[in-house]
Design a protein around this ligand. Structure first.
Ligand code: NAG
Ligand code: NAG
Ligand code: NAG
Ligand code: NAG
Length: 422
């Protein structure tokens, strides 16, 4: 399988660039190491049966290797040394001794197991930075193995970049120079070279646009907007490695009420965004990602930032049901409505007790007065005056009771959620 895709890559390169076709072979890009023709090549963890010319009968084998060998000097009856499940430290020269004298030597080399299904991942964190490629082997590699990244971009000559190995993460990382003006297709190959072989372990064909991986915007912070119970202000800083102003970014802000499935989003060129349709008093989860302004290639999302819009206790009287039925898509309250709401809330708070008492007293007196007037009117049989007083009594009497009622009921409703909220 790997061989087939390799041939395809060679074919593509060959078709693109007839001039260089012949030089683009696996041997050019991943050149094979020179090994002794007499050496015995064994794949890691397989068995081997060693012998060499003149080694027969009762003999001893000694192992000379660069490693501290696990296997002691071996006695053999038939001139054959059998090693099971060879490891890398079995490599080296095995000398056959007969009657105390060396007869012959054979070199054993251990080949890596094939790396199946590995992939090369390359990314460019910023147009002016190198392209970084990473590869993790699935199988144990020979301690002497090295990896090289080969960048093939027709019609230029291939470029070779060495990779470094991070033993902790078991990852090879390679850094390849990137030309800012280079938007064309490039092929990356990863060659793994050991003492015995050099193989193309993985490859990647991509346009620069697909390699541009913009990191998540950093320090995403959500703040309340004073006196705006449906707004949240989100601010963040540029993703790591991003330098303005030569390359500008566009951002997308994704937000949702916590535990709700509905998501909303907005875009901006700035490093801040105001959410206008937040749900009052609810926790919101907000994340941001970026793309280069001309490349629609979104980077990674930031971690979730959280925020609750500004509120004051009385907000609950406006939407008593909202805790149970969140409706994130409601349009924002008009600016002035919020203002009025805020002012009336302030007035409500400072004047509530004396105001309500005063209103009740006035209503009581007004009622008495109207009763008195009505009685008097009836007594006077004066239709004109009576109608006047009736209309004025409708105006005066009708509005105050609902106001009083709503004020009273809101006092009752408000108290438990206020305590809850705190
Ligand atoms: C090793 O090879 C020799 C000859 O090639 C053979 O006679 C012997 O049985 C082999 N030993 C093992 C354990 O396979
Ligand atoms: C084994 O012998 C060959 C040549 O005889 C030599 O080049 C090689 O370095 C030796 N290997 C070790 C591990 O000593
Ligand atoms: C870019 O890649 C080249 C070639 O691998 C390397 O020499 C250079 O140090 C890299 N630069 C940075 C900033 O990583
Ligand atoms: C952003 O919103 C638009 C329409 O409102 C929608 O089509 C799109 O899928 C959303 N994007 C994300 C990432 O949720």
């Amino acid at each position: 399988m790997a061989g087939t895709s390799w041939r395809c890559t060679v074919l593509i390169i060959g078709l693109c660039c007839g001039r260089l076709t012949t030089s683009y072979t696996q041997d050019t890009l991943c050149p094979k190491p020179a090994i002794s023709e007499d050496a015995i090549l064994v794949t890691f963890l397989s068995d081997v049966n060693l012998t060499c010319a003149g080694c027969d009968g009762q003999v001893f084998w000694s192992h000379g290797s660069p490693y501290k060998s696990q296997r002691p000097l071996e006695k053999a009856e038939s001139g054959h040394l059998v090693l099971r499940a060879v490891a890398y430290d079995d490599e080296g020269n095995y000398t056959c001794y007969k009657d105390g004298a060396p007869v012959c030597t054979v070199e054993l080399l251990v080949r890596d197991q094939p790396q199946e299904g590995t992939s090369l991942s390359c990314y460019n964190p910023h147009p002016t930075h190198n392209i970084t490629c990473e590869w993790s082997p699935t199988e144990l590699l020979h301690p002497f193995s090295t990896a090289t990244l080969v960048k093939v971009r027709v019609p230029e000559e291939p470029l070779f970049f060495p990779c470094t190995y991070d033993g902790g993460r078991r990852i090879f990382t390679c850094s390849s120079l990137h030309n800012e003006a280079d938007y064309s297709k490039q092929v990356f190959l990863l060659c793994v070279r050991s003492r015995t072989d050099s193989v193309r372990a993985a490859s990647l064909e991509a346009n620069w646009r697909d390699l541009l991986h913009i990191g998540p915007p950093l320090n995403v912070q959500v703040t309340k907007v004073e006196k705006h119970p449906r707004r949240l202000e989100v601010r963040w800083s540029l993703p790591e490695f991003w330098e303005e102003p030569y390359y500008r970014l566009k951002y997308q802000v994704l937000y949702q009420v916590e535990n709700s499935l509905h998501q909303s989003n907005g875009t901006t060129d700035d490093t801040s965004f105001i959410i206008h349709d937040a749900v009052m008093r609810r926790q919101h989860l907000i994340r941001v990602r970026a793309t280069e302004e001309y490349q629609e290639n979104w980077g990674s999302w930031s971690k979730d930032a959280k925020g609750v819009p500004w509120s004051d206790g009385a907000t609950m009287t406006q939407v008593p049901n909202e805790d149970h039925t969140p409706t994130p898509q409601q349009p924002e309250d008009p600016e002035n409505e919020v203002g009025v709401l805020t002012v009336s809330r302030g007035v409500f708070r400072s004047w509530i007790a004396p105001g309500v008492s005063l209103a009740l007293v006035i209503l009581f007196l007004l009622g008495l007065w109207i009763r008195y007037q009505e009685v008097r009117m009836v007594k006077l049989h004066c239709g004109f005056l009576r109608s006047l007083v009736q209309s004025s009594s409708i105006e005066d009497r009708a509005p105050p009771p609902p106001v009083t009622e709503s004020l009273l009921s809101s006092v009752v409703v408000t108290v438990p959620p206020l305590l809850e909220g705190d």
